[in-house]
Design a protein around this ligand. Sequence first.
Ligand code: GDP
Ligand code: ZN
Length: 348
Amino acid sequence: MGELDEQRRARVVAVHKNRWQLAIESEGSQVEVSAVLSGRFRHEADGPAGLPVVGDWVTAVWTGGGNARILAIEPRTGLLARKRPGDTAHDAVVEQAIAANVDVGLVAMGVDNDFNVHRLERYLTLVWDCGATPVVVLTKSDLATPADLGDRTADVEAIAFGTRTIVTSARTGEGVAHLRSALVPGTCAVLLGSSGVGKSSLLNALAGADLQDVTAVRQFDGKGRHTTTSRRLVELPWGAYLVDTPGLRELQLWGDAESLTASFSDVEDLAAECRFTDCVHDAEPGCAVRAAVAEGSLAPARLESWRRLRRELAHVARRRDAGAARAERQRWKSIAKQRRQHNRERRS
Ligand code: GDP
Ligand code: ZN
């Protein structure tokens, strides 16, 4: 495992309370050690955001047995983080790190009733935010008719310009080889998607039966309940890495204005032609976006999605306290309800 006090490069594969699990190359194979932070590092780390997360490369020294001490984190290519409202006015938004140095973001979405274009847009935004390349993975293709599948694929293509889409079924094995080829040896991917969308099944289909054990991240918390909040970096049999994110269920927040631009390049390109640079494409004169909708070159739903996501981003930024947040949520809920009702009435 190397000499005592020898500095080595290692990768964080799991994070526990005050302990980090590191993988290190040793004589041609991977060994894992349990590490703590050096006193100086802990002292200098800039709050929780400065602590090592899954996927981080760190410099560590062995301290004997299966133990090590982390001295430093290497600069990250990107950080996959979820933003959530803070508990105090001082921390209006808290960033919760999920994984560092992610190359590919696999966004899993069922072709059954899990499918939701708005959620997909948010996931894409999140992936772009962390500097990774998104790949849309449609799951449970066996549950859809070929016509449904065509519709879903078209939906994805309409919002995810040029983003690779892979249609899969863990049940029939469709698309599994295709998905495997998207996971290049040496790169790191993260699998995102709602609970029940089929991520675990897909992982098992991808990796074979072995992975189940490796990703057995369920742990017992203090009250003896299963918790599934820990994340783990696993190595797939062909040398690609994958961050398993069982706790990543309700992604509420979502990135910043820059990534909004990336996932709405059609709207943003048009917006560049608006008369006012801060046009929100509402009632402003000389709005190129509304003009495009009027003449049929931009789908009204796209503008609606853009507005919705923009509202959500503003919403996160605005949430100063829990009370206001709750009231706001109620307000949006009733607006959404009215809109649904309105749409229903229009259709009937
Ligand atoms: P996860 O929560 O995203 O990890 O989802 P799971 O992999 O646990 O799957 C949730 C449910 O969907 C389970 O009942 C699976 O049997 C089912 N499921 C997963 N993949 C498929 C699939 O390709 N086709 C069908 N019909 N069901 C699937
Ligand atoms: Zn405009």
